[in-house]
Design a protein around this ligand. Structure first.
Ligand SMILES: [Zn+2]
Length: 384
């Protein structure tokens, strides 16, 4: 489905955008979704522990799937044979695939030797066989998967990379973006470019301007979801990128899913987000709840660990104002019991809640943008 992005309203006090993404199918039918939007991640062509119906009930827009994983298993050939990713996984809403870059960079053992101008050498996590991913190969795989949005193959430098490394890296990423764009061959698929450059203003500016010159269907801000990166650097990376991105194209911050980071990035002009955190937290018994906890690195998302003994006799829902299936039907005591027994249904129920929590959070931000009170919304949020 080809996409169009339109800004409905720019918030008066910030750069936050209320927008809509309109997807148009071959037969002319459209699907429209508002931004800011949180996109649940379905790494292996499934949002872990959830059926498509359960995902749908959380009111998502786009969902993600991972090129690296699907390349190795079941292979793009099998997915093509199935009629594409939508048919294969029974998901008829929009799907975004990543480039595989993030995974292969972390798998490249000898960074100097394995990361070359041509592409990245690494070993398969499944059987150890040597593999090679190039910008062309990444796009060809995504063309075969037939996702709605494909991502350019970019170099993902570590958070510790210095200025000189990042400078070379953004230039290589631009060359790779060009190579990928040349072989992109799926008229129904949108291709996004990725802005890199760490926390440096001049590098982000250069990367953004040059990437926009190549004219992609949307733009992502990459290199921010490193565990060892400070929040300050993340916000800088966003702040230094968005001024150079066109107003009529969607902006995607990759791999970020903490409510406080969503909020700070929306304020700086980002529209869409993805993160594995809601389902990963769920599998470990954690539920997202409103408010923040303070840490040495600044405010962090608030969570309840349902495995904790204090929930054994707690017959209230996770969130008293949450409209998700889990909170409408189950108590903390029941979830505590399921998680203590290692029952898969516990992870399902917590995943439903956590995904809905982030999607609802985006709905609240949209309302606040519409009413020009996003900073007040932030104050309220941080106070809790
Ligand atoms: Zn809930």
């Amino acid at each position: 489905m080809k996409l169009n992005y339109k800004v409905i309203h720019t918030e008066k006090q910030t750069k936050a955008r209320l927008g809509k993404i309109i997807f148009t199918d071959k037969d002319g039918t459209t699907q429209t979704y508002e931004t800011p939007m949180f996109m649940p991640v379905g790494t292996q062509a499934t949002v872990k522990t959830l059926s498509p119906e359960q995902v749908k009930a959380t009111h998502p827009g786009i969902i993600l799937a991972n090129t690296y994983h699907l390349w190795l298993r079941p292979t793009p050939e099998v997915i093509k044979e199935a009629g594409g990713l939508h048919e294969f996984m029974n998901w008829h809403g929009p799907i975004l695939t990543d480039s595989g870059g993030y995974q292969v960079f972390s798998l490249a053992k000898n960074k100097k030797k394995d990361i070359t101008e041509e592409g990245v050498h690494f070993k398969s996590e499944i059987d150890g066989r040597p593999l090679f991913l190039t910008p062309e190969k990444s796009i060809q795989i995504q063309n075969m998967l037939d996702s709605d949005i494909a991502m350019s193959f970019d170099e993902c430098p570590p958070a510790t990379a210095d200025y000189a490394y990042l400078k070379n890296s953004i230039e290589r990423t631009l060359r790779w973006a060009e190579r990928g764009k040349k072989v992109h061959n799926n008229p129904q698929q949108n291709l996004f470019g990725i802005v890199q450059g760490g926390p440096y203003e001049d590098l982000r500016k250069f990367s953004a301007i040059k990437t926009v010159e190549m004219d992609f269907d949307g733009y992502a801000i990459g290199g921010v979801a490193n565990d060892d990166e400070s929040k300050d650097d993340m916000y800088k990376a966003v702040e230094f990128s968005t001024p150079y991105l066109p107003n009529d194209k969607v902006r995607y911050l990759m791999g970020v899913g903490e409510p406080v980071d969503l909020l700070e990035s929306v304020i700086r002009g980002v529209d869409i987000f993805d993160c594995v955190s809601p389902t990963r937290l769920a599998r470990h018994g954690n539920a997202l709840v409103t408010g923040v906890r303070s840490t040495s690195q600044g405010p962090k998302e608030n969570r309840l660990n349902l495995k904790n003994a204090r929930f054994k006799h707690d017959f209230t829902p996770i969130g008293t104002t949450c409209d998700c299936y889990t909170c409408q039907n189950y108590t903390r005591a029941y979830l505590h019991h399921l998680m203590r027994c290692g029952e898969a249904f516990g992870a399902t129920l917590l995943s439903i809640h956590n995904i809905r929590f982030l999607i609802h959070f985006c709905e609240q931000m949209r309302e606040a943008i519409r009413e020009d009170r996003l900073l007040e919304f932030r104050d309220e949020f941080l106070k809790n």
